[in-house]
Ligand binder design. Sequence first.
Ligand SMILES: [Zn+2]
Length: 106
Amino acid sequence: MKRPIYCEKCYDEIEYCSELVVVFRFLKICAYHDKCYADEMKGLNGMVTSNTSLNSLTANVIVGMYFFLCIFFAIISRRWIGVPIAFILPCIRMYSWLAIERHLKA
Ligand SMILES: [Zn+2]
């Protein structure tokens, strides 16, 4: 089921995944048009908005590296608290996809 996704800056509907930027802002996942995100980063709100979008290839690589490094260090140090910590970023990335990205046209 599709639901409308609205930009946090201009409040217009975001229709396509190609114009979407999802960022982490004040412990909240926010969706922007790519042009609105650029405007947001130029202003004072750029101080509290994440510089890396959650729906980019860079974010996917960072999440993968974070996950495997946490698991690796948990295994070699035998401190198993690293295992649940390893799932924090993948869960945020999955939430971004489930809540926002899957509702848009490709
Ligand atoms: Zn917008």
